[in-house]
Ligand binder design. Structure first.
Ligand SMILES: [Zn+2]
Ligand SMILES: [Zn+2]
Length: 247
């Protein structure tokens, strides 16, 4: 944290791009994204593949293995050098916040890696008190509790100071078609935390394509309170495009 430079992401850059390593993205080399970005006239591209965790707990979520992390970083470092002067290639990770890994010092370790330019907080699941994860809950419990569990952990992540931006904060409400007072309260808590920590919230282009993943109600509350960035969450070359921030 301390001496770390705050990443600045411009409208001319492609933000939030995954790679084949996560096992649910297009099977193409990283270079293919860079070439497409050049074709689009982008000035930069921010790779933020799903962060692995020691022990590789999340096999069913599909992501790179912990032992693959050095290769991911080294490959992008090589491309960064090769394309220098033509396009800025940035190296980052999209990472959940889990108390257990925080206590183990994992976020400290990631932040200590000077090759990682951005840690994007992407809370896709939450830890449960019994050591399981939220996706182990039954469907009814998920409808009732998922946004509270993920929201609470997201806020802890924001407050931890380890993260530079929050990916798709509104996606935690995906299982609830009707916006209610509890969701509104959670949205306000998230927005307030981001405002205090002065980190931007991401409007996610991929969320816009899925029903109830992108919530206008959330962004109405965020207006004027936090910086907003646009993220592609691209898992396929065809998803790369230059987008303008809407707020
Ligand atoms: Zn993904
Ligand atoms: Zn993502």
């Amino acid at each position: 944290m301390g001496d770390r430079i705050k990443p600045v992401i411009s409208d001319q850059e492609l933000f939030h791009v995954h790679t084949f390593r996560c096992r649910h993205a297009e099977e193409v080399p990283d270079r293919a994204y860079v070439e497409k970005a050049l074709e689009l006239g982008a000035k930069g591209i921010w790779f933020t593949d799903h962060c692995p965790f020691p022990g590789d707990l999340f096999k069913r979520e599909h992501r790179m293995l912990y032992k693959e992390l050095p290769e991911y970083i080294n490959t992008l470092k090589g491309l960064k050098e090769e394309y220098s002067g033509r396009i800025d290639i940035h190296i980052g990770l999209e990472t959940e916040f889990f108390q257990r890994y925080n206590e183990m010092g994992y976020y400290e370790e990631l932040r200590g890696n000077k090759d990682i330019e951005i840690l994007l907080l992407g809370q896709h699941m939450a830890e449960l008190p019994d050591g399981r994860y939220s996706y182990d809950l039954d469907k009814e419990s998920l409808i009732e509790q998922e946004f509270k569990l993920l929201g609470a952990e997201m806020i802890l992540g924001i407050q931890s100071g380890y993260f530079d931006a929050v990916a798709h904060p509104d996606r935690i409400f995906r299982r609830r078609p009707v916006w209610d007072a509890e969701m509104n309260d959670m949205a306000i808590s998230i927005i307030n935390s981001a405002q205090v920590a002065s980190i931007p919230l991401e409007q996610n282009e991929s969320s816009k394509a899925v029903k109830n993943y992108y919530r206008e109600e959330f962004w109405e509350l965020a207006k004027g309170k936090t910086d907003i960035i646009c993220g592609l969450d691209a898992h396929f070359i065809r998803e790369l495009k230059l987008v303008k921030n809407s707020i």
